[in-house]
Design a protein around this ligand. Structure first.
Ligand code: ADE
Length: 224
């Protein structure tokens, strides 16, 4: 039996665009998870740590090149504030240069941790020296996005749904079987009506034979 952390999970997000998170973290299951006090979200605006009268957070790259890089001082100052709030938190950086993010990572984060700090880079990247303050870097897929906010939301969603009580029902058993490995794909499912535009629900699902239904689902998962 896998034991999931049942304390409040504190998630702090360091970003220049906290408003991007409102819709995603403020809706549906992630909203309910906050209401149930299973998770808390806090936003730390990187701009507040910007330098000088213009609160500068970016600068041109040494050696030349297009675009701007996030300067190290504001990011590190923001991480230090987040760490002071939650000294045991793990610091995560979404980046195309990170490890490919998988279900097993989500599972480990949900199981082991009570605090996560996610740093969202923007512009063309960040000064490499910030990586000394990062514990784990993840790439959510082989494509490049304009910033770390969307990957951060993907990581948050995938972790929070694994916290016991978030999805309701007895999810943990389901989690264990569903997550035997990172390649497990769900079987197809159907609901009413039994026939839709001439397409019929597979007979086996109407048979009431639970053992046979399970065998069919296992086979469909494997075949996919
Ligand atoms: N930032 C930009 N693209 C990304 C990706 N695919 N994964 C994680 N962070 C990113």
């Amino acid at each position: 039996m896998v034991c999931y952390n049942s304390d409040l999970m504190k998630i702090q997000v360091i970003t220049l665009f906290p408003e991007m998170f409102e819709g995603v973290l403020g809706s549906s299951m992630l909203f309910k998870a906050q209401e149930k006090k299973l998770v808390s979200f806090e936003y730390i605006n990187l701009r507040d740590f910007g330098l000088g009268p213009r609160q500068q957070v970016d600068d041109t790259p040494y050696g030349g090149g297009d675009g701007m890089l996030l300067k190290p001082e504001p990011i590190v100052a923001a991480i230090e504030v987040a760490k002071a709030n939650d000294p045991g938190a793990v610091v995560i950086l979404p980046t195309p240069r990170g490890k490919v993010y998988k279900q097993s990572h989500a599972k480990k984060l949900a199981k082991d941790l009570s605090g996560i700090i996610i740093v969202c880079p923007r512009y063309e990247g960040y000064d490499e020296r910030i990586t000394n303050w990062i514990d784990q870097s993840y790439c959510i897929g082989n494509y490049v996005l304009t910033g770390g906010e969307l990957p951060a939301m993907v990581i948050i969603d995938s972790v929070v749904r694994l916290i016991p009580g978030v999805l309701g029902g007895n999810m943990s058993a389901e989690i264990e079987s569903f997550q035997k490995d990172d390649n497990n794909i769900e079987f197809p499912q159907y609901t009413r009506p039994e026939v839709f535009k001439g397409m019929k629900v597979p007979d086996i699902l109407l048979s009431g034979h639970h053992g046979e239904i399970q065998k069919w689902r296992d086979k469909e998962s494997r075949d996919k």
